[in-house]
Design a protein around this ligand. Sequence first.
Ligand SMILES: CC(C)(COP(=O)(O)OP(=O)(O)OC[C@H]1O[C@@H](n2cnc3c(N)ncnc32)[C@H](O)[C@@H]1OP(=O)(O)O)[C@@H](O)C(=O)NCCC(=O)NCCS
Length: 185
Amino acid sequence: MDVLATPVGTDRLVLRRFAPDDVADVYAYQRLPEVARYLYRPPLSRAQCAELVARRAAAELRWAVDGDDIGLAVCRRDEPGVLGSVVLTLRSARARQAEIGWVFHPAHAGHGYATEAARALAARAFDVLGVHRVFARLDVENTASVRLCERLGMRREAHLVENDLDGDRWGSEYVYAALAADLVR
Ligand SMILES: CC(C)(COP(=O)(O)OP(=O)(O)OC[C@H]1O[C@@H](n2cnc3c(N)ncnc32)[C@H](O)[C@@H]1OP(=O)(O)O)[C@@H](O)C(=O)NCCC(=O)NCCS
């Protein structure tokens, strides 16, 4: 299935495949400690961003087996440049479960872009990819992501206590999820 047979767009945004010349834009936010803070890994180097963008640009966008993922660049309709990215990962093909994630440049925070992009991707998951449940896992201290999940209509289903290590900090996570009818469109 060509999951991007029709473009994913919103009033203000276009969600598109990554292109090789997106590396500088991606590095501009992936290099920042405040962006990596709740991602359970260090900021990315320029070389890691180049590898990530090249992999995304060349990916087949398959949606068939566990682990298949679709990572899209989020851009404004009226300006060049990548604001951030959204990713959808098929966690269970059998049970039609997908995990959603987002990373944006802090310079573009506070305008609702991440919410708008995540909403469009979740809608595509339900309406086109046949996903039954979309979920997100986030550090409990990641309050911006918590608010984003709640704006989408996702419900908090779990609080995992000290289930991961973030350097020398025990990390605790929330699991948020939505069925199709829960998504605030
Ligand atoms: C998580 C992240 C994407 C959230 O960014 P954000 O700017 O808060 O999210 P949005 O772009 O959706 O903007 C929402 C904010 O804009 C405001 N806003 C303004 N106009 C808006 C509009 N038209 N629609 C919705 N919200 C709007 C909202 O009130 C909200 O502000 P608030 O949370 O203070 O109430 C961002 O913090 C990030 O990239 N963090 C680093 C990576 C990360 O941790 N990813 C998640 C891993 S689980």
